[in-house]
Design a protein around this ligand. Sequence first.
Ligand code: ATP
Length: 515
Amino acid sequence: MAQEDVFKKIVSHCKEYGFVFPSSDIYDGLAAVYDYGQNGVELKNNIKQYWWQSMVLLHSNIVGIDASIFMHPTVWKASGHVDAFNDPLIDNRDSKKRYRADNLIEDQIGKYEEKIAKEVAKAAKKFGDAFDEAKFRETNPRVLENQKKRDDLHARYTEAMQGPDLEALKQIILDEGIVDPISGTTNWTDVRQFNLMFSTEVGASADATNKIYLRPETAQGIFVNFLNVQKTGRMKLPFGICQIGKAFRNEIVARQFVFRMREFEQMEMQFFCQPGTEMTWFDYWKKHRLAWHEALGMGDDNYRFHDHEKLAHYANAATDIEFHMPFGFKEVEGIHSRTNYDLSQHEKYSGRQVKYFDPERNENYTPFVVETSIGVDRMFLSVMCHSYTEEALENGSSRVVLKLPEPLAPVKCAVLPLVNKDGLPEKAQEIVNNLKFHFNTHMEAKDSIGKRYRRQDAIGTPFCVTVDGDTLKDNTVTLRYRDSMKQERVPVEKLREIIEDRVSITSLLKKIDID
Ligand code: ATP
């Protein structure tokens, strides 16, 4: 099945099974804004819990905060967002659609890379074990030609983005013959800058001085609280402050479901360290964050680092963790070495000293910062995309199953009375009442057992427990495993032990063992 079709199916599955709904659905939705339903919110909360615990439980020197969405407007002057949080946009006059010029060019670079990858894959298949990939890349004329095109384009693009030079960006789009995917034409407008921050007013008068912004990142709430937390928590460098919260960006193009939203959620951690130690911590956090992803068991090959060649003016290193989505490898998380830029800027704009007093060195200085920043919604999407599976079964039928990492599943265990009478629902309820304190357990009594299994498969429930006539006699139940569909008879009193360890967030945390 084409990857586009898979993605469409995932989107409709999310709606059909209560994971994600378009916002204001009965009014036909609002572009790039989504609501999480009864199952989506559980999955999302589990992701957040996993992240939060990996920060504050595994690191005695990391604490959390919850800062407001509204902040003093000068914060955004100081951070550079008022002047520089822009994307270059371009319109196609025929389709009347708007695009990010940088994305169009990056996609074109991706096309050359894909062509090279296809040539390599073809040759690898043809030559089998004798294939020398490095040599092939160095000598094959088609690979060399595409590599040169890719590198030339990349160099031009990187240069044009410095500044950025909007005319140069447009010229690249024209020279490369990049067409609008909808109209198929190159009838492009000029490239313009567009600030992504939403603004509103506080108080009754619509005076310009009352203009404030909805935060486009949660990080600034951490920076402005740096001293509050450091002093009240008696924190010593190095230490981190983490936060989960909403962020808002008036995205120009918002077409990939929850991948690019105008209201989304971030999980950010700012790690404050001594100047000169930031690269050690940058490497540490790269490893740690990758281990966090890999512990979910979604395939190590589905992740890659993408180092930034064009660094923001305040950064001295930056990389993205990309996940293999149905629409290619895409950024899920950013890890940035932000130097002492933000704290210094806040010191300058607020007129207050924002420095750390180092008792060992007996001096004041501005700490350096390494940030890890992951979008909850993009993480949610990567989990959904990886888990969605259509399976042909031996009996000729098929099933859709969400093979979610078990600790992230919205419902961990469904208890199903075989029939909705003869004391079985009561017994099932008794089992639920015991298990519900330990993990999310539901009872479902309606419909045939086969239909109920399918429904639980579709929302990714890892364990189904079937209560039948024998249960009343010997207190055993049938335990069915979601992925293998294997069934086994187990005593009721063993259920908690079998299930709990596999579905707990702790089981994931134990796998992030890199310290
Ligand atoms: P992109 O280049 O895709 O716009 P970005 O580099 O601007 O992303 P960051 O500013 O580094 O993103 O934000 C950190 C994280 O926040 C991203 O890795 C992503 O997971 C998430 N994020 C950013 N913008 C959005 C959005 N519009 N919708 C959902 N998640 C987002």
